[in-house]
Design a protein around this ligand. Sequence first.
Ligand SMILES: [Zn+2]
Length: 198
Amino acid sequence: MLGDRAICEGSSSGLAITADQQQQPAQAGAGTSVPLSRYESQKRRDWNTFGQYLKNQTPPVSLSHCNCNHVLEFLRYLDQFGKTRVHSHGCVFFGQPDPPAPCPCPLKQAWGSLDALIGRLRAAYEEHGGSPEGNPFGNGAIRTYLREVKESQAKARGIPYKKKKKKRNNQMIMNKQLPLPNDNTNNNDANAPLTHIA
Ligand SMILES: [Zn+2]
């Protein structure tokens, strides 16, 4: 979505890419590899975009020095490519989901897009050798930012995001043990057995 400039993946890049992708076949037979799923290829594109963004900073930021502030700046930077009209407070269409006429309000990234993006980048970060504890995409500041975007866009666009029952798709979590983010109260029973029923 950010243009199709080829991204140079030279070995001099600051990204620490670990060679742990065992399912990757030996590099023979070009063009015969199994196509990635939509999610996987999107995740790869997002990761490359973010890496490119870090490299383009002055001075360039290496992945190991990347923190949640870089991520927040990246999210704001992406707004210029957004396609979602978010009405400003002065706009007569503020709060109208379906305005009858165009207005000069800025286009931004929709909250849902940012939310999904962060999820993909968070996973990609760890797949590329980053530690879960230091994952800048999992930082509380990012969650706070996303919540603020969500609330302000809900008001500006007149679209309430309904609280759906949050169902984690456990199939996404493969056999990798993901540590629970200890942002809440359920630390005590995190290790309690779930299959106690007699
Ligand atoms: Zn407007």
